[in-house]
Design a protein around this ligand. Structure first.
Ligand code: ZN
Length: 282
C-alpha cells in the first residue's frame, strides 16, 4: 500500500517519543565501539570532510521533505548544521523491516533472495509489522538505485531500485541499508588498488573519493559486494568501458574476482557481523 507522506509524517510525530526510548536502549553499549558516521562534506559544514576531494555534495530533500545528501547510490540524512548524528548506524538487533510499496510479488521475491545472502551475518529483513516505526521502504525507480546508508531515524528509509533482475546489485543496495559504504572509498584502498584516473569522468572520479570515516571491520576486500566492479560500462563514469577503472596493486592476491562478485564475501559477512556486535555464525 502506498502511504501518503502527510499521513506518514503525522505518524512519525505521533510515535517519535516512544521510539527514541527504544533507540537509546538498543545503542547504549554498542555505538561507542563501532559507530559508523555518515558522509559529511566540506561544502556542507566546512569541517572534517568525509569524502576527500568530492566537490559536488549538496543538500537536497527526500520525498518526505527531509534534508539529505546523495552520493552515487547512497543517501545520507542531514540534520541541523552537521551531517546527521543519526544515520549510518546499526539497526536495532540487526533487524531491518521492509515495506514494499506497489512492488510485484516477483520483485519482492528477488529482494528476499538478496536479503537472504546477508543472513549468515545475523541480519534479518522481515516484512514491516504495524509497530515497526523505522523501516526500509522499497520503491520502484525508473532510473536508479538509491539506498539510505544504515539506520538513521524513525520512519521510512529510502531504497529506490531499478536493478530488479540483478541479485548481486540488490544485495549491494541492502548492504548500504545495513550501514556499509563502498569498499573502494576506504582510506587504505591505495594499498590494494590503483585507481585508473585517466579512464574516469569527473563524475566517475567522484565515485572513488575516499571516505575518512569508514570504520574498517576487516582487511580490505577487493572482491567485496560493496566494491565497484573493475570494468564499468556506464559512460557517465568511464571514458573507455574496455579499460578497467582500477588495477590491483602488485602483490595483491584475489581469490574471487576483482570488484563485486555474485554475493557478499566471507569478509563482507564477517565485517557486518562484527559491526553489529556479533560473530559470523553466532
Ligand atoms: Zn553502492
Amino acid at each position: 500500500m502506498l502511504v501518503r507522506p502527510s499521513l506518514e509524517l503525522w505518524r512519525i510525530i505521533r510515535i517519535k517519543a516512544q521510539f527514541q526510548v527504544v533507540i537509546v536502549a538498543g545503542t547504549r553499549h554498542k555505538y561507542s565501539v563501532c559507530e559508523r558516521v555518515p558522509a559529511m562534506s566540506a561544502s556542507i559544514s566546512g569541517e572534517d570532510p568525509h569524502f576527500e576531494g568530492l566537490s559536488n555534495q549538496v543538500v537536497t530533500k527526500d520525498r518526505f521533505g527531509r534534508p539529505v545528501v546523495e552520493i552515487d547510490d547512497m543517501l545520507f540524512h542531514y540534520k541541523g548544521s552537521k551531517m546527521a548524528a543519526t544515520g549510518g548506524r546499526q539497526w536495532p538487533k540487526g533487524r531491518i523491516p521492509i515495506s514494499f510499496d506497489g512492488i510485484s510479488e516477483d520483485r519482492q521475491a528477488q529482494i528476499r533472495r538478496a536479503a537472504d545472502l546477508w543472513a549468515p551475518a545475523g541480519i534479518k529483513f522481515p516484512d514491516k509489522a504495524a509497530n515497526d516505526y523505522a523501516y526500509l521502504q522499497i520503491i520502484a525507480s525508473k532510473e536508479r538505485n538509491l539506498t539510505t546508508v544504515g539506520f538513521g531515524m524513525v520512519g521510512p528509509h529510502t531504497c529506490e531500485l531499478v536493478s530488479w533482475g540483478d541479485i548481486p546489485t540488490l544485495a549491494h543496495e541492502l548492504g548500504h541499508a545495513i550501514g556499509l559504504e563502498h569498499e573502494q572509498s576506504r582510506s587504505d584502498r591505495n594499498n590494494y588498488i590503483v585507481v585508473n584516473i585517466e579512464n574516469l569522468t569527473k563524475f566517475g572520479n567522484d565515485q572513488f573519493a575516499k571516505s575518512s570515516r569508514i570504520v574498517h571491520q576487516t582487511e580490505y576486500d577487493v572482491s567485496s559486494i560493496m566494491h565497484y566492479k573493475q570494468f564499468v560500462s556506464d559512460k557517465r563514469f568511464v571514458i573507455d568501458p574496455e579499460e578497467p577503472v582500477f588495477y590491483l596493486k602488485e602483490g595483491v592476491v584475489v581469490t574471487g574476482r576483482a570488484g563485486m562478485g555474485s554475493a557478499p564475501t566471507k569478509l563482507d559477512l564477517e565485517g557486518v557481523a562484527k559491526f553489529y556486535g556479533g560473530h559470523l555464525g553466532s
